[in-house]
Design a protein around this ligand. Structure first.
Ligand SMILES: Nc1ncnc2c1ncn2[C@@H]1O[C@H](COP(=O)(O)OP(=O)(O)OP(=O)(O)O)[C@@H](O)[C@H]1O
Length: 314
């Protein structure tokens, strides 16, 4: 079992009864001890994919193993390795934090282990609330309870479905810290997110999913370099016929109307080369109407990927 990857997904497709195809031939391998972020817009298929891996939904085609166990034919063994943190709290509002977490452990057939539950609550800064009822907790504390419940049976892999959707910045940073601690303690983490920033902050590897297709899977550092594109646009007071000689070596495109000079550059490196460009611009004597920079948006990245710019397929 230790030889098998933590999660192996092969040729997974899902068509709902409505006829809608939410996943198209997705293949992906997740190694032990990594934080993998599945990034995609609303409706991309993230929750569908997680539900199938966790055995909550059936695939139309393909196969998934968790720790070498098939999620359909060997469901119990596969599921016992997984902790799932859903988007919403569905636990009993009248239960205490300790009891609800302990109960979750029992659902997996594990014997009670109060010391372990207390350890989990301590790691999640919930120990002071161990005897508080869920209904009395803040939204952020409730999120932590969801994680505690998911960790209660000592899973090897933890799924976090949009762990920080709708939470404030402070709590988001707290959650990120907690997730990193769990990874450092040996848990494999898979999180879904809409936020590029979250993936950037947390992940070792990132998968981008759009309309049910896994567009790419890449090491975060490689992807960020690729996505770190910025554009400098110089709007001219008067149109020009061609890119001025002094700017040409810096790599500029001229808009068809001759009024905009556009320079694309990689903002991920140390300090951009903007200063020499501005010096060269001053040297041209051109009258500048406006100047601006923009970053690639997630939307543009997706459009770029859909356009087939990505060579990387899992
Ligand atoms: N039971 C269902 N029957 C039919 N279509 C469904 C069902 N569940 C989900 N879908 C559709 O499948 C697509 C993928 O949904 P899914 O929830 O997996 O997306 P997601 O990436 O998790 O989105 P979000 O970020 O909004 O949570 C959506 O278009 C959704 O409407």
């Amino acid at each position: 079992m230790s030889e098998a990857p933590m999660i192996a997904i092969e040729g997974l497709s899902k068509t709902y009864a409505s006829g809608f195809t939410a996943l198209k031939n997705v293949s992906l391998t997740i190694e032990r001890g990594e934080i993998f972020a599945l990034l995609g817009p609303n409706g991309a298929g993230k929750t569908t994919l997680i539900s199938i891996v966790c055995g909550l939904a059936r695939a139309t085609a393909g196969r998934v193993t968790v720790g070498g166990h098939d999620v359909v034919t060997d469901y119990r063994a596969a599921r016992s390795l997984i902790g799932l943190v859903p988007q919403e709290l569905t636990t009993d509002a009248f239960e205490t934090v300790f009891d609800t977490t302990s109960l979750s452990r029992g659902l997996f057939g594990k014997p009670p282990n109060p010391a372990f539950i207390e350890k989990v609550l301590t790691e999640l800064s919930l120990i002071d609330k161990r005897d508080s009822r869920i209904m009395t907790l803040s939204g952020g504390m409730k999120r932590r309870v969801l994680i505690a419940k998911a960790l209660s049976h000592e899973p090897a892999v933890l799924f976090l479905d949009e762990p920080t959707a709708g939470v404030d910045v402070e709590l988001r940073r707290d959650m990120w810290r907690v997730v990193r601690q769990l990874r450092d303690a040996g848990t494999t983490i898979i999180l879904t997110t809409h936020y590029l920033e979250e993936a950037e902050e947390m992940a070792d590897r990132i998968g981008v999913i759009n309309r049910g297709e896994l567009m790419l899977v890449e090491e975060k550092t490689t992807l960020m370099r690729r996505l770190g594109g910025k554009r400098l646009t110089i709007e001219l007071a008067e149109p020009v016929a061609a890119v001025p000689d002094m700017l040409a070596p810096h790599g500029f495109d001229l808009s068809p109307d001759g009024r905009k000079l556009v320079h694309s550059y990689d903002a991920s490196g140390e300090g951009s080369a903007i200063a020499p460009i501005l010096a060269a611009l001053a040297g041209t004597g051109l009258a500048v109407k406006d100047l601006g920079t923009e970053e690639s948006t997630l939307e543009e990245i997706f459009v770029g990927l859909v356009g087939g710019k990505s060579g990387a397929r899992p």
